[in-house]
Design a protein around this ligand. Structure first.
Ligand code: MG
Ligand code: ZN
Length: 380
């Protein structure tokens, strides 16, 4: 008579374990009232087989397919990025973890090499690896980075720094002068003063014009290099009142880089705070940050249509929050989602490509392949 009792107890224990786990999901709801105009790319330059002169790589940090879908569903079922017809999927695993962080994934995009979580521009043995701007500089191709994160944030840092740990903010920023970026924009004066207080002398010595007002960028197009560092007190998130500096500075960066005497340009633009929304299990942040990023994507696509020799790539470094969509209503722009983790998840992320040779980005690829394709297209 003991066995049925034991069996019963095990069943109860299992059931409570399952229901406990089910409760770990965090429900978040949002009704989106923000609207921006969709840019519909002309399509004439898309997929043509001719040399690529410029590449704009747009990384939505933490922007998995469901983050994109959630934003689309609450924006009358369409975004600018969803107008791009060519897409593929990207595997994001790092050299030491099934689930990557932004440092390893940023390094994969910047250098074409898998490395360990936390690494900035170094391989698993902490040897420095050349990044895209460093490889392109000898070819007279100029580079820039625009982010809503701190400039020392893992994603932007992977494009100019070489440090064994992403937490080494001061060391990362001190790599800026010797890096190959002609244009850099991101946060913030507070952090620069804290971890790199001598920047006001060192950056100008390295040819940078340091600006704290992004609207002043166009007046300094004759500068050798520009560093726009957000002034004190700028809110981190759109929902807290961050201004539109991501789309506007993306346009300014394109103007600046495309007018340099050069053989072309490479620009990385990061929508950094989609990840913040995922970590906070906050749908409002996910959607409002993806909408802001979508407007930066529009700036890149407008230039690609006008220029005809520019390839735009839109992707993510990983998914954040293990977000699934439970229910919604497109007509009222309401959505309910469930976050299954406060961290990142190992799922594949989308990659969209628009412009000459966009067909190279179809199918499933490793994150390291993106960099190799960028280099082979720009080397011609
Ligand atoms: Mg990032
Ligand atoms: Zn993250």
């Amino acid at each position: 008579m003991k066995t049925p009792k034991l069996f019963f107890s095990i069943c109860i224990a299992l059931l409570s374990f399952i229901s406990l786990n089910a409760q770990q999901g965090v429900i978040s709801t949002y009704r989106n009232e923000l609207r921006h105009e969709i840019y519909r790319p002309a399509g004439e330059v898309d997929g043509v087989q001719k040399p690529v002169k410029n590449i704009i790589l747009m990384i939505g940090d933490g922007m998995g397919i469901n983050q994109l879908a959630a934003t689309m569903f609450t924006h009358d079922n369409e975004l600018t990025v969803t107008q791009i017809p060519t897409l593929g999927m990207v595997r994001t695993q790092s050299s030491d973890r099934f689930t990557t962080d932004s440092a390893a994934s940023g390094t994969a995009y910047a250098t074409g090499k898998k490395t360990y979580n936390g690494a900035i521009g170094v391989d698993p043995d902490t040897n420095r690896i050349a990044n895209i701007p460093e490889i392109l500089a000898p070819l007279r191709i100029v580079s820039g980075v625009v982010t809503t994160d701190h400039i020392f944030g893992a994603t932007p840092a992977a494009f100019f720094a070489h440090q064994p740990q992403r937490s080494m903010a001061g060391e990362i920023l001190r790599d800026l002068p010797d890096g190959s970026l002609s244009f850099v924009a991101g946060g913030s004066v507070e952090t620069f003063e804290k971890v790199f207080p001598e920047y006001t002398e060192i950056l100008p010595q390295a040819g940078f014009t340091v600006l704290h007002d992004y609207h002043a960028v166009p007046q300094h197009h004759q500068s050798d290099r520009i560093a726009y560092v957000t002034p004190a007190g700028v809110p981190k998130l759109i929902k807290d009142g961050r201004p539109d500096f991501l789309p506007v500075t993306t346009r300014y960066a394109i103007d600046f880089l495309s007018n340099k005497p050069s053989e072309g340009f490479f620009l990385m633009v990061e929508g950094a705070c989609i990840d913040t929304g995922g970590h906070a299990n906050d749908l409002e942040t996910v959607i409002t940050e993806t909408l802001d990023f979508d407007q930066a994507i529009a700036e890149a696509l407008k230039f690609a249509d006008k220029d005809g020799e520019t390839l735009v790539i839109v992707t993510a470094d990983h998914e954040t929050g293990g977000m699934s969509i439970l229910r919604g209503d497109i007509s009222s722009s309401e959505l309910e989602v469930c976050f299954t983790t406060k961290g990142h998840s190992p799922v594949m992320v989308p990659v969209f490509a628009y412009g000459p040779c966009s067909d190279r980005f179809r199918g499933i690829m490793e994150n390291t392949e993106i960099m190799k394709k960028i280099i082979s297209l720009l080397k011609k």
